[in-house]
Design a protein around this ligand. Structure first.
Ligand SMILES: CC(C)(COP(=O)(O)OP(=O)(O)OC[C@H]1O[C@@H](n2cnc3c(N)ncnc32)[C@H](O)[C@@H]1OP(=O)(O)O)[C@@H](O)C(=O)NCCC(=O)NCCS
Length: 192
């Protein structure tokens, strides 16, 4: 794996700077805090190659079945996604957790972008795998993840951004302007 710092992240962190989330009712107690540094010791940034050891798949397991993913499998998938482009996974890290790993991943969400011919060769965004560690919920971290992903899809010029969610979470996504679509989502599942 390349060892220089710039190649160890999935995408350029500069894309997350200067995002303004005030229209979603997100504000901070201290004016030094920002969407990507919302609390002392908490950072929101692109997924990095060393996030497996910081518990990335452990937090994903609070959302769905992760299956057998070891360091080698994580690294192979990370590199493949990075090479493909159009994957924007972000993570929330608690840098103050004393676990010998330099920090703990406590939340995540991913923007995936599809390239289309339709709508004048448009881009379509999809929000995937949004989850906050159960011990950190209720601190507006979920809102920050969704707000940052949504604004990223806007700034990357997606013509629309969609997601699938459980009925219980509809109200959460409505905060950001997502609306229920009359079209039905269908799937053919080949395995769990
Ligand atoms: C959904 C989830 C990401 C929210 O994260 P969180 O950090 O606890 O959320 P926040 O603290 O940012 O809460 C934001 C607001 O949304 C509200 N909210 C949180 N979860 C909600 C839900 N399921 N439905 C409706 N509103 C919700 C909160 O009350 C809060 O409202 P407020 O701003 O008026 O106080 C988190 O509960 C989670 O990880 N759940 C399990 C995984 C999951 O279901 N992910 C979504 C997949 S579709």
């Amino acid at each position: 794996m390349p060892s220089d710092k710039s190649s160890s992240v999935m995408f350029d962190a500069a894309l997350l700077q200067d995002v303004n989330l005030t229209k979603y009712g997100i504000s901070f107690k201290d004016e030094k805090q920002t969407p990507t540094n919302p609390e002392p010791g908490i950072v929101i940034r692109p997924l990095a190659a060393d996030d497996f050891e910081k518990g990335y798949t452990d937090v994903l397991a609070q959302l769905t079945k992760v299956g057998e993913v070891d360091q080698a499998a994580f690294t192979a998938r990370f590199e493949a996604m990075k090479k493909a482009g159009f994957y924007y996974p972000i993570v929330v890290e608690d840098t103050q957790v004393d676990n010998g790993k330099g920090g703990k991943i406590i939340g995540t969400g991913t923007l995936e972008i599809e390239q289309k011919f339709i709508h004048s060769c448009a881009l379509r965004g999809r929000v995937e795998e949004v989850v906050v560690d159960s011990e950190y919920r209720g601190r507006q971290l979920g809102k920050l993840i969704l707000g940052i992903i949504t604004e990223l899809s806007r700034s990357l010029k997606c013509y629309k951004t969609t997601l699938e969610c459980k009925l219980d979470n509809i109200a959460f996504y409505e905060i950001f302007g997502y609306k229920e679509d009359p079209e039905k989502f269908m799937q053919l599942r080949f395995r769990d």
